[in-house]
Ligand binder design. Structure first.
Ligand code: NAD
Length: 304
């Protein structure tokens, strides 16, 4: 199946990043969110990212304008009917995602593939909300999307091989490296990454070292490009907490219990970069892309 028009639900840091990569790869994109303010923030982050690529001579101004012209927007999901595939990138909340999948199922042609960028939630359960479970799949991009090479392509129990092959080919057309992963809480990436971040939060909570020192240990000791607490701030502490809860509930294993400090940060509204404060403070907000590219990140190559 040839996929030409890509719908994206959610214009936050991931949805905007996916929109940019899809448009840079020549696809038509329809980007939607709950309201115009969220769409404007998404478009502004795409604009800033493209400007930096032009400054680095990775893109001409004309190419950047073409990329922007391939992205159309709308509030609500009523414009998703025209898309060959819709990638859901809304907040990491199962009830929200189930409602979106039910609406997309009603709105879209029976042929449309419905993908989710969820970090951890069961793709099998989201597929079961639709009348086309064989056409539902996980497409888990990494943050920041224009920089990171990996896409976990997650088969729900119901996903057909044809849909899996189409989505794998789409990830490759986006210049990414797809990895075939079976549906389970947290998949592979976050099954490994989030317990490490959660353990770093425990180290902070127990007073073993400061946030800066914990991040320094992992950067200088393990050659991680970012410390785990700075990475948690980049991901969003609300998203980190949701993923830990999915692991905890999914495996019923106390080793996945979220640290109380992570819960308290979220309760206080300290969500990381997106709120200006998490484990670190961000008085002068810098876009996540510039942070990683400015630090010689191993995946800083851009394929466009
Ligand atoms: P975000 O908070 O930056 O953006 C979420 C967006 O979804 C917001 O703009 C919100 O208004 C919108 N939204 C919420 N409900 C909606 C609805 N019903 N319809 C349309 N839009 C809606 O979050 P994010 O970091 O972009 O994460 C989005 C998804 O991607 C989550 O499932 C998350 O787990 C996943 N993800 C995040 C990361 C990361 O590092 N942050 C990495 C990989 C995957």
């Amino acid at each position: 199946m040839t996929l030409k028009t890509i719908g994206i639900v959610g214009a936050g840091q991931m949805g905007a990043g996916i929109a940019q990569v899809a448009a840079c790869s020549g696809f038509s994109v329809v980007l939607c969110d709950l309201d115009q303010a969220a769409i404007d923030r998404g478009l502004s982050s795409i604009g800033n990212s493209l400007r930096r690529l032009v400054e680095k001579n990775k893109l001409t101004s004309e190419e950047a304008e073409d990329v922007v012209s391939r992205i159309t927007t709308g509030t609500g999901i009523n414009r998703m009917g025209q898309c060959d595939i819709v990638i859901e990138a809304a907040s990491e909340n199962e009830a929200v995602k189930k409602q979106i999948f039910q609406s997309l199922d009603r709105q879209c042609s029976p042929e449309t593939i419905l993908a989710t960028n969820t970090s951890s939630i069961s793709v099998t359960r989201l597929a079961a909300e639709t009348s086309r479970p064989d056409r539902v799949i996980g497409m888990h991009f990494m943050n920041p999307v224009p920089v990171m090479a990996l896409v976990e392509v997650i088969r729900a129990m119901q996903t057909s091989d044809t849909v899996f092959d189409s989505v794998t080919a789409l990830a490759e057309a986006f210049g990414k490296v797809p990895v075939d992963v079976t549906d389970a809480p947290g998949f592979v990436a976050n099954r490994i990454l989030l317990p490490m971040i959660n353990e770093a939060v425990f180290c902070l909570h127990e007073g073993l070292a400061s946030a800066e020192e914990i991040d320094t240990v992992m950067k200088l000791g393990m050659s991680h490009p970012m410390g785990p607490l700075a990475l948690a701030d980049l991901i969003g502490l609300d998203t980190c907490l949701s993923i830990m809860n999915v692991l905890y509930d999914g495996f019923k294993d106390p080793k996945y219990r979220p640290c109380v400090l992570l819960q308290q940060k979220v309760d206080a509204g300290y969500l990381g970069r997106k709120s200006g404060r998490g484990f670190h403070s961000y008085t002068n907000q810098t876009n996540s892309l510039s942070i990683l590219t400015g630090r010689n990140h191993p995946f800083q190559r851009c394929s466009f």
